[in-house]
Ligand binder design. Structure first.
Ligand SMILES: NC(=O)C1=CN([C@@H]2O[C@H](COP(=O)(O)OP(=O)(O)OC[C@H]3O[C@@H](n4cnc5c(N)ncnc54)[C@H](OP(=O)(O)O)[C@@H]3O)[C@@H](O)[C@H]2O)C=CC1
Ligand SMILES: Nc1nc(=O)c2c([nH]1)NC[C@@H]1CN(c3ccc(C(=O)N[C@@H](CCC(=O)O)C(=O)O)cc3)C=[N+]21
Ligand SMILES: [Mg+2]
Length: 284
């Protein structure tokens, strides 16, 4: 049996069409959704992602601004810029692309963004809201993964065991919280996990968010399981690939997300959803 694909491009197109409709309605009332994206330095991967985000905004009818700064931008100057965007009524969402140059403290930057405009969902107030089940912006990548699960009929995960590989603040940890909120029984694995396969083999849902190729191979997957691949890596030929050995795992899994065309486009889609929601709240 070969796994069915969860197509992130197709699901994105569907969600983005709804977003564009709601954005048009807001724009007609004089509240066009606006996103500001800040890129510091010249990381080529970041430049690609940021361009995709700005293009997705334009396609959905949003106002968007891309601010690019040299790698030697001072932390104080960046914080001052965020402060100005916090006060700008045309801007509903602020995204500062990570990673930042070493001399800038990411934590300070994220905490300077107004929680009302934190469409990445990285602010401690957003993370805290998710933790206690209150309203706040959800981190886009895990939020997109949840939408993918919902698209295959897994909105409620009662009775399911979900295993998350990775515990970063931007993917693994919020992913685990969202799965828990959806009633899954959740296990979080990381670099200190002794026998990863022993956990993943029990999983009905596996989310791989590590950043290393072939972290999850066919022998580590329960037949029929749902496999969500967040990883973004390059193989020896320079081609984009995830954390999952796709060719092997697809022969065992029930559902699998491809890379590219899986979680990546959904991340951008949920950024649009969050920005739209920020604009709707501001207009209310
Ligand atoms: N598609 C998308 O939209 C996005 C993709 N990504 C991609 O997802 C991946 C993860 O990103 P991010 O969370 O930021 O990465 P981090 O490097 O911050 O976190 C990686 C996690 O993986 C764990 N880990 C490392 N090696 C192993 C191992 N051998 N077995 C089990 N766990 C391991 C680490 O453990 P420990 O905590 O112990 O160090 C850590 O928790 C990257 O490839 C990134 O490019 C990220 C964001 C968005
Ligand atoms: N403040 C901040 N917010 C982020 O959300 C954020 C960030 N910083 N830093 C980097 C990571 C990574 N990330 C991706 C988003 C989309 C794709 C994406 O669209 N990928 C396409 C392919 C893109 C390509 O061809 O390279 C796909 O998987 O099909 C990938 C990765 C967001 N991140
Ligand atoms: Mg830093």
């Amino acid at each position: 049996m070969t796994a069915q694909l969860i197509d992130g491009n197709a699901l994105s197109a569907q969600v983005r069409a709804e977003v564009a409709q709601r954005a048009a309605a807001l724009t007609a009332r004089g509240h066009r959704p606006g996103l500001a994206v800040i890129l510091v330095g010249d990381n080529p991967a970041s430049a690609v992602y940021v361009r995709n985000k700005v293009k997705a905004c334009a396609d959905a009818g949003f106002h968007s601004v891309l601010e690019k700064y040299d790698a030697d931008l001072s932390e104080a100057a960046l914080l001052a810029r965020i402060d100005a965007l916090n006060k700008d009524p045309a801007i509903h969402g602020i995204l500062v692309q990570l990673p930042l140059p070493r001399h800038i403290d990411d934590h300070k930057v994220i905490e300077t963004i107004s929680p009302a405009k934190d469409v990445d969902g990285f602010h401690v107030a957003s993370a805290g809201a998710l933790m206690v089940g209150e309203v706040g912006f959800k981190a886009c990548t895990p939020y997109g993964c949840m939408k993918m699960l919902e698209s295959i009929g897994l909105k409620d995960l009662r009775g399911k065991h979900a295993v998350v590989i990775g515990r970063s603040n931007i993917v693994g940890k919020p992913m685990a919280m969202m799965l828990l909120q959806a009633n899954a029984t959740v296990t979080v694995c990381h670099s200190g996990t002794a026998d990863l396969g022993a956990f993943t083999r029990q999983a009905d849902v596996v989310v791989a968010a590590v950043g290393k190729r072939n972290v999850l191979t066919a022998d580590m997957v329960k037949p029929g399981a749902v496999v969500i691949d967040v990883g973004m890596n390059r193989n020896d030929e320079g081609k984009l690939c995830g954390d999952v050995d796709f060719a092997g795992v697809r022969e065992v899994a029930g559902w699998i997300t491809p890379v590219p065309g899986g979680v990546g486009p959904m991340t951008i889609t949920m950024l649009l959803v969050n920005t739209l929601e920020a604009a709707e709240r501001a207009a209310a």
